[in-house]
Design a protein around this ligand. Structure first.
Ligand code: C2O
Ligand code: CU
Length: 556
């Protein structure tokens, strides 16, 4: 039997609560408005947990015939996390860490990321074969290192991914992209930030202690503390617990200084509308593809899955002891619960309360205004030599989400030959993306490129979107135009890029898996075969890396 989304929501017994401002008395015991099946004593409450930063991943410095590179290794493995009160939650994560370890790389550094799949053969809770494919989201990687959905690494195997890192500084993230189970795999813990730095970014923005990753996600829990999964007939999963860096509604102590937050919405479906509780500005300085030309102060903004926004918050005006909350006003077509209107709390403290700043820490004394131009933000409609129209739809016939009436099944059935378009290297194109439906929003991600949003429903883009992007929120009834240049890597050898096939898909991950994904090609379809040219290998624990030049103790 097929159910409409509304029926599915009702069948789940979950009323849809309105947007923001829930006038519900707070308290941990309101199970009626919860998705989790936890006993009251196990249910986390807002602002009880301490904020933590994910660990930074150390590397080994090596070299090959092309020169020096960094080897980073992560092991995908089962671990126990303490998220809810009194119960352990099994997670499946990079090095067992939720979120995974942050990778920090200066521009121009060649990186080899070794991903070792040491997961159980089948996902113990969800039952699917626990294959993985790792995508570095925001990187212009070669197709065979881009986390192509069907380029899988099986439990017991490993794969080496090469990343070029020639692009401007930005907040990227690496996450699982396995065909048809991306949602379950990312939800189980396979997601982490990756920071690419350059001189412009180091000059303009806070560093070290004042440069803070915030990976926001939502989750729902079974009575035993394990992660529950219900995607409402593939329309999306909406958890009742908001996590920041894997902690429920944490409290972060901050000095009276300007901080930079790299906000990643790693929820598999939920979109956010973030606002500070006192209405103070969030100064947006960078988007998915890095620095904006001009900083954009906003009082609230909308952030869909996989979008990254870097925002500065000035805590200098608050007296020690004051708290300011990061809240979520939500958006249409999300399911909200008692506490999903909260994200985290900042507690302003006297400088001497906190440990001394870490090495390399630096902040700014005033909010920057002019930042830097980028190739993407210089693109205009006039430069375009081709275009494409993308219709994002749900088919009642197939009960699938589709792009232009097609799904990833069509790509698989074609032997991975079917492409939505073939573009020339370095060509500029304007694509128009439309969502006629009022029932869903779709954060659309185009691999390889940075794009500029030219218009939204014939109007200029929102203030916070005036920077280079690789995911665009296509809201209900919205039509958006984006301009992009299909730049391939300028480097040579293992990080060189002759083009090939790249995915394009909705970043609501249940939509992506069912089956809102297509591919396009740059240059030619049959170069850099994403499946055959760099397959995974059995993981014997022996690798031919040569001898290390040095090992970084701190990963910086
Ligand atoms: Cu963040 Cu194709 O993915
Ligand atoms: Cu979608």
């Amino acid at each position: 039997m097929q159910m409409s989304r509304r029926e599915a929501l009702m069948a789940g017994g979950l009323g849809i609560l309105g947007v923001g401002g829930l006038a519900v008395p707070l308290g941990a015991g309101l199970q009626a408005k919860a998705a989790s099946r936890l006993a009251t004593r196990n249910m986390p409450v807002p602002y009880a947990a301490a904020f933590i930063r994910p660990p930074v991943l150390p590397y080994t410095a090596l070299h090959d015939a092309e020169g020096p590179y960094r080897l980073y290794t992560v092991t995908e493995q089962r671990a126990m996390a303490r998220i809810v009160n009194g119960l352990d939650t099994p997670v499946y994560a990079y090095n067992g860490s939720v979120p995974g370890p942050t990778i920090k790389v200066p521009q121009g550094t060649r990186v080899k990321l070794r991903v070792r799949n040491q997961l159980p053969a089948l996902h113990p809770a969800f039952g699917h074969p626990f294959n993985t494919s790792t995508h570095l989201h925001g990187s212009a990687s070669l197709p065979q290192y881009d986390g192509y959905a069907d380029d899988v690494t099986h439990p017991g195997d490993f794969k080496d991914y090469w990343y070029p890192n020639w692009q401007p500084a930005r907040t990227l993230w690496y996450h699982d992209h396995n065909v048809h189970t991306t949602a379950q795999n990312a939800y189980s813990g396979l997601a982490a930030q990756y920071h690419l730095s350059d001189e412009a970014e180091r000059d303009l923005l806070p560093q070290g202690t004042y440069d803070v990753p915030l990976t926001i996600s939502d989750a729902m829990f079974a009575a035993d503390g394990s992660l529950a999964y219900d995607d409402n007939s593939h329309s999306g999963l909406w958890g009742d617990v908001i996590l920041v860096n894997g902690r429920p509604w944490p409290v972060m102590q901050v000095k009276r200084k300007i901080y930079r937050f790299r906000i990643l919405n790693a929820s598999i479906a939920r979109s956010l509308r973030l606002r500070l509780s006192d209405g103070s500005p969030l100064v947006v300085v960078a988007t998915d593809g890095g620095l904006m030309p001009v900083a954009q102060p906003v009082t609230e903004y909308r952030q869909g899955g996989a979008e990254r926004y870097e925002v500065l918050i000035d805590f200098s005006k608050y007296v020690p002891g004051r708290t300011v909350d990061l809240t979520n006003l939500s958006n249409k077509n999300n399911i909200d619960y008692d506490h999903t209107n909260k994200v985290m709390r900042f507690q302003v403290v006297d400088d001497s309360t906190l440990p001394p700043d870490g090495p390399g820490s630096r902040t700014v004394s005033t909010m920057p205004s002019t930042l830097v131009a980028s190739e993407a933000m210089g693109l205009t409609e006039k430069m375009s030599t081709g275009g494409l129209r993308l219709r994002l739809e749900r088919s009642d016939v197939t009960n699938q989400y589709e792009i232009n009436g097609k799904s990833w099944h069509d790509v698989v059935d074609s032997g991975y030959q079917d492409v939505i378009t073939v573009v020339r290297p370095d060509e500029v194109q304007v694509w128009e993306i439309e969502n006629k439906s009022g029932g869903w929003f779709h954060p659309l991600h185009i691999h390889l490129v940075d794009f500029r949003i030219l218009s939204r429903n014939g109007q200029p883009p929102f203030a916070w979107e005036k920077g280079p992007k690789d995911v665009v929120y296509i809201g209900e009834g919205e039509k958006v135009q984006v301009a992009m240049k299909f730049t391939l890597n300028k480097g040579g050898g293992s990080s060189g890029n002759a083009g090939g096939r790249y995915m394009i898909h909705c970043h609501n991950l249940p939509h992506e898996d069912h089956d809102m994904m297509q591919q396009f090609a740059v240059g030619a379809v049959n170069v850099n075969d994403p499946i055959a040219s760099a397959p995974c290998k059995p993981d014997t624990g022996e690798y031919d890396d040569g001898s290390p030049d040095e090992t970084s103790p701190d990963g910086a």
